[in-house]
Write a protein that binds this ligand. Structure first.
Ligand SMILES: [Zn+2]
Length: 474
């Protein structure tokens, strides 16, 4: 049974709606047959004919620009000190976490991937996201080669079940390190040739037609895992293909990766991409944690989107991006739930600002004199950047927005006494990470009064999948 209603509602009345940077009271939104916003009337009479009334605080749904849904099952498995793996430093790190991740990836099958992804997407909807870019390197599309797992179908099924808007990013992964180092055992399931990747892309193109709900893009895992000739070959093959909406890559997440890139190419990763003219508005660069100031300037000047995943970067001990200058220079910034250690958009934005405060010993670092409310500035920036990272038309005066809305009803005492220009501050900087009560995606309600029509099934399948996957201990 589909989770969402089939036809978009045509009109909805929000008690408080934040749109284009300001709060509107009694906003009546009209929605067309394609699920796009066709008009907004302010100070409308409540409950005019046919309009549902939504109380609370409503904001546009956030785009989750970087997600590996299956890693949702990892969070609790990686919080004990582990001394294996990172032999150089003999300490627990991203590289030791990665071994546990490989172990889980090797166990995931069709049903468990769908179950984990559906549970993750349901939580992401409750956490304020209405669209997700799934960076998918679990593929095994060819049953003759790899067997049972058809990862894109599992993720697409989960998106359909939950109502999440999906951008699928099939991911090219070939090596374990710079210089064409052969893949390690745990990476073998992710590997395919460039020719196979392009063949699989054609399969996806037919499986998910332009008229359907799923958007497509391409991901290159990293410059560690894909060399420059392979990137060039994929881009040449897909040149002019309008189905490929965006290009994503992990970049400069680890110091060791930056050092290896300099050893191999004489340049750090972002500088290398820029030199090879591989940065423009189609690209989304995930992390860039250890990019230097000049590289950050190259990203902002190119129009590429910087995708930050603050809770995952904190959980993995990656580091902190100093991004105030980047934002002030007009750089495009998006957020991602990445490993899904958090599934809350507000939590990502809060940690993004708080890490800047901790590093600088200042407050409201990512605000400006012209935009003093840091929550408002970050929410607006991440909305714009998220849409850009997914290849959606940039928001402009004439661009239609998809009718994606998320409504929160925090306890009245937490916000009703505030003036409207503090509503977003109350949402973003409340550590309780309040969950959405109403969620609309493309003009269809997917969560109403806190309930999703498929939540009992989703919870039961998730519990069963984890019991099966983790039974021997990971
Ligand atoms: Zn990632």
């Amino acid at each position: 049974m589909p989770a969402a209603e089939n036809t978009p509602i045509t009109r909805v009345h929000f008690a408080h709606l934040w749109l284009d940077g300001s709060w509107r009271r009694n906003a009546q939104v009209s929605i067309d047959a394609q699920g796009m916003v066709s008009g907004v009337i302010e100070s409308a009479e409540p409950a005019t004919a046919g309009a549902a009334v939504v109380p609370g605080l409503t904001v546009p749904g956030m785009s989750n620009a970087h997600c590996h849904a299956f890693q949702r099952a990892l969070g609790a498995l990686t919080q004990r000190r582990c001394d294996r793996g990172d032999q150089a430093a003999n300490k627990d790190s991203f590289w030791t976490w990665r071994e546990t991740m490989y172990s889980l990836a090797a166990r995931v099958d069709q049903e468990s991937l769908k179950a984990i992804t559906a549970r993750c997407y349901l939580e992401l909807l409750r956490g304020g996201y209405t669209s997700t870019a799934e960076f998918l390197y679990l593929h095994r599309l060819d049953a003759a080669r790899q067997g049972e797992l058809n990862a894109d179908a599992a993720v697409a099924d989960a998106a359909a079940l939950t109502g999440m808007q999906l951008t699928l990013l099939p991911t090219l992964y070939q090596y374990s390190d710079f210089g064409g180092a052969p893949p390690r055992a745990g990476q073998q399931p992710f590997v395919r040739s460039t020719a196979q990747f392009l063949e699989d892309w054609s399969t996806l193109r037919n499986r998910y037609p332009a008229s359907g709900p799923i958007s497509l893009g391409v991901a290159f895992h990293s410059l560690r895992a894909v060399d420059l000739p392979a990137i060039d070959a994929v881009l040449a093959a897909l040149q002019g293909d309008e189905r490929c909406r965006c290009l994503h890559i992990h970049v400069a997440e680890q110091v060791a990766e930056v050092k290896a890139c300099i050893r191999q190419h004489g340049l750090a990763p972002v500088a290398l991409l820029a030199k090879r003219k591989l940065l423009d508005a189609r690209w989304a660069l995930v992390h860039a944690t250890h990019a230097d100031n000049r590289e950050m300037e190259k990203i902002s000047a190119s129009g590429a989107t910087l995708v930050l995943c603050p809770t995952t970067e904190a959980d993995l001990g990656d580091g902190i991006v100093d991004c105030a200058d980047f934002l002030n220079a007009g750089g495009a910034l998006a957020i991602g739930s990445d490993s899904n250690i958090s599934r809350s958009a507000a939590t990502e934005l809060r940690l993004l600002e708080w890490t800047q405060r901790l590093v600088r010993g200042q407050r409201n670092v990512l605000a400006t004199s012209a935009e003093p409310a840091v929550a408002d500035r970050l929410y607006a920036a991440a909305l714009r950047g998220g849409r850009r990272a997914m290849g959606a038309a940039p928001a402009g005066a004439s661009a239609k927005l998809r009718a994606d809305f998320v409504t929160y009803e925090p306890p009245a005492g937490d916000w009703q006494s505030h003036v409207a220009n503090n509503f977003l501050s109350a949402l973003v900087f409340d550590g309780a990470a309040v969950q959405a009560r109403q969620v609309m995606v493309g003009g269809r309600w997917v969560i109403r009064d806190g309930r999703h029509p498929q939540e009992a099934t989703i919870e039961a399948c998730y519990a069963e999948a984890l019991q099966r996957l983790l039974a021997p201990g990971v």
